[in-house]
Write a protein that binds this ligand. Structure first.
Ligand code: UGA
Length: 444
């Protein structure tokens, strides 16, 4: 099949490259000439595990091309996949301007029959509105259907998730589009759920809202565990063992970030408000998440007493491991707060070479980051941090305080170390571990 993909971000690129990998003929279009130039030379404007190898292969096999030319993309494709961003506007609603500019181009340049597939996360009713717009433009006979086909890709695992989805959701109206979508996904090992467009659009928001809610639920209980002296990791294991609840997305920490959960939960709330409805569970989810970095900061503050002139080492800047994305990353709020209080902030992240807060001094490795620091704060669950040699690390620090925003270390192991060396270990929803009060005092 000939597929045109609009938007070379995570969703568009992964979809385009994976469809090309499955032997479809793909054209990827983007308004950014810089991105397209990079892609044409086989480079990637984003970091995504496994994507580089697939990209090189599909370029070699002539299965994919890249362009800024919308007309060329539209006129040489039978399926048009819209995968542009829908970022939040200040009031939380989704900004659909990129989606509409693609739709306007489709209206202008469509010359033969096409199926439009909306992959961008859009408010309920958007795909219907696109269909109405194109019909009224005079394309009723040429646009087979506007289908909503949400994606459930996790950044970092997006290639795997694309090729092995738990399920494929397709919101459609015409039987012909159902047939085409069946053919498009025929080699995928996953069940396909066909439904109406509005349900498909709501499924995407509802899935992200539910996952975000699980995270906020466990973070809420982590705060309670701190008060009661329970261990949130044990609690999560105990409840996740119930198959009705399941163990995933119950990892307590510094809260969720990224371009999806924060944006989609707020868009869901504003969607409900637009029809005079309320979503108190999602509102509480957002509230817990927004206060979670502050909660961790408060725990650090209790240990530090003051930050004036202190050196603080941040380990991890991205919103999660296996991505170079810092959108809505908790590191942004933590570093701003530290600097407001007079601390000097150094940071190390395996993938970040450029950070929007220039006062944060980027370091080439963990050791240079923690050396002479008064506290080290783990903010991202990178594998390399899980293997850190804690005694070696604290030996290089000015003050042996580790604040673990991702609960990467086992309390038992930390307790053993705390018996041998000066160490204070603060995590989320688990008792503080410390060698002795004297070791905790920070130099004034
Ligand atoms: C999320 C969803 O998982 C995807 O299904 C969806 O397609 C995507 O959003 C999207 O809408 O495009 P993603 O944002 O890449 O994917 O990342 P996740 O792996 O879901 O993690 C999101 C955030 O939650 C991260 O900050 C992560 O550290 C945090 N998290 C996750 C926790 O704090 N605890 C957990 O137990 C799980």
């Amino acid at each position: 099949m000939r597929i045109g993909v609009f938007g070379c971000g995570y969703v568009g690129l992964v979809s385009g490259v994976c469809f090309a990998h499955m032997n479809h003929q793909v054209i990827c279009a983007d308004v950014s000439a810089e991105k397209i130039a990079t892609l044409k030379t086989g480079g990637l404007p984003i970091w995504e595990q496994g994507l580089q190898e697939l990209l090189e292969d599909v370029i070699d096999r002539g299965k994919i091309s890249f362009t800024t030319d919308m007309a060329h993309t539209i006129q040489n494709s039978d399926i048009l996949l819209i995968a542009v961003g829908t970022p939040s506007l200040p009031d939380g609603t989704a900004n659909l301007s990129y989606v509409w500019s693609v739709v306007e181009a489709i209206a202008e340049y469509t010359d033969h029959h096409k199926l439009i597939v909306v992959k961008s996360t859009v408010p309920v009713g958007t795909s219907d509105a696109i269909k109405t717009y194109l019909d009224e433009y005079g394309l009723k006979d040429k646009i087979i259907d506007v289908v909503h086909n949400p994606e459930f890709l996790r950044q970092g695992n997006a290639v795997h998730d694309f090729l092995h989805p738990d399920r494929i959701v397709i919101g459609y109206e015409q039987d012909e589009s159902r047939r085409i979508m069946n053919e498009l996904y025929e080699e995928f090992p996953s069940p396909i759920q066909f439904c109406n467009r509005k349900s498909a659009e709501l499924i995407k928001y509802a899935a992200n809202g539910f996952l975000a809610m699980k995270i906020s639920y466990i973070n809420m209980l982590a705060r309670l565990s701190d008060q009661l002296g329970a261990d949130i990791e044990q609690v999560a294991r105990g409840i996740g063992g119930d198959r009705r609840i399941g163990p995933s997305f119950l990892k307590a920490g510094i809260g969720y970030g990224g371009s999806c959960f924060p944006k989609d939960t707020k868009a869901l709330i504003s969607l409900a408000r637009s029809v005079e409805s309320e979503l108190p569970l999602i509102e509480a989810t957002v509230d817990i998440n927004e206060t979670q970095p502050r909660y961790l900061f408060h725990k650090l503050e209790e240990q530090m007493q003051h930050f004036e002139g202190k050196q603080i080492a941040l380990l991890g800047l991205t919103y999660k491991a296996l991505t170079d994305d810092i959108r809505e990353a908790p590191s942004l709020e933590i570093s701003k707060r530290l600097m407001e209080k007079g601390a000097h902030v150094k940071a190390y992240d395996p993938l970040i070479r450029d950070y929007p807060i220039p006062e944060v001094s980027l370091q080439p490795d963990v050791i240079s980051c923690v050396t002479d620091s008064d506290a080290a704060i783990i903010l991202t669950d990178w594998e390399e941090f899980k293997r850190l040699d804690i005694p070696d690390l604290v030996a290089r620090m000015n003050n042996p305080l580790i604040v673990d925003g991702r609960n990467l270390f086992s309390p038992d192991q930390m307790r053993k170390w705390a018996e041998e060396i000066d160490l204070a270990y603060v995590s989320v929803g688990r008792p503080i571990i410390q060698s002795g009060l004297n070791s905790l005092t920070c130099s004034p």
